[in-house]
Design a protein around this ligand. Sequence first.
Ligand SMILES: Cc1ncc(COP(=O)(O)O)c(C=O)c1O
Length: 435
Amino acid sequence: MIPNRRRFLGQAARSLAAAPVIPVGRLAALHAPARSTEARTVADIAPQDAWVARARAEIPAATGSVYFQTGGIGPSPNAVMATVMERLDFQNRGPADPRYATDMARVEPDLRTQLARVFGAGADEVALTHSTSEGISIVAWSLNWQPGDEVIISNVEHPANVIPWYVLRDRFGIVIREIDLATGTSLIDEINAQLSPRTRMVSISHVSRNNGRTIRTGESAELGDLLRGRGVRYHLDGAQGPGCVPTDFGALGCDCYSTCGHKWLLGPKGTGALFVRRERLDDVQLSWAGSHSHATMDYAGNYSLLPGAARYEFGTRALADFAGLARAVEWMEGIGLERVDRRIQALVGHAIEAVEATGALSVSSPRTRPDRSGVFVLRLPADCDPTDLYNDLRDNAGILASPVRQPRDFRLSIHFFNTRDEIDAAIAAISDRCP
Ligand SMILES: Cc1ncc(COP(=O)(O)O)c(C=O)c1O
């Protein structure tokens, strides 16, 4: 364990020292002695990808390893870290001093407005959270569940969208039903097969972390209409959405959408948001509340909640981190979210071809747009263990990827900052280990 970790850190350190921009070409080149930065910039990147080189140079983890783990946790650009540190320092000069506190007080409303603009919501429909899981739990606990009430989830969910339902099952006797969201099934047919008069909630992933399947915006809107007509609440787990696939809360037609800043948006760890449709705010009831959830209160038992989704927030919060998320979204917008999407899709297209060329590996995630996403999943040969492969790639090749739920599936989270050469190198390394 320790020698492996040392070896990995050593490799990462060598890569960092060697390459502020794309250290690719062959995996071996990642760990080769340093060439000059200038020579690398010109030689290793196609001219049309110069913007990628510039962006990569700002993300330490993108050049410190071969980073295919954005679906687990995303690396932040230096600008984001600088903002967090600067804001923390600024706030600390006088947390209760109006010279500093007034500025810091703008962070949350400004971030709500920004997220609303970028992801198709109203500012009053955005609650700031610390993770996707927090948003999911706010939604899961927002109903007065009765024994026998049903929730529909899918077979490709992250534990964050499973555990709350297990807890509610054990506490209130709710029934969990499951649809099959393997690549190629029909979402609407699957839901129709599970809907019953007892269904009260549907909670599924916008983009699955297990098979990368993206719920199409149109089919999501159709599902939203269907569920609204039956009085069933519709929640999307969007941990893998914003920054990975085009995400428009309004167009998706769901009631609630939970997401985070610390994956594809490259924001600080422990930042997130919950979007709640304006007309659902009073139905999505609070389970936790506190100071800042309220608009008015007295000590005689009276209170009113904030009119918007900010009512789901309470207590003193990490404003510097939220400022960092605002900077991350701004940074991504500076690159262009559409450009990010086009590049992710181009890289995934390349990964599909590269996997197919191996013969031994196959593609498990959707192969066509708009179902596919940067969550690229390949299927390993029968005798190859994904966890052993993950450890081996991390410790011996400096490649960070991830096993997922299906026993033979292995995930490469492909973000815009990855390169074709990194994909080729990862697939070659996997092929070598799993012939
Ligand atoms: C689909 C999905 N939902 C929820 C989560 C949990 O996210 P968070 O750490 O933001 O709570 C993840 C994390 O990987 C995820 O992939």
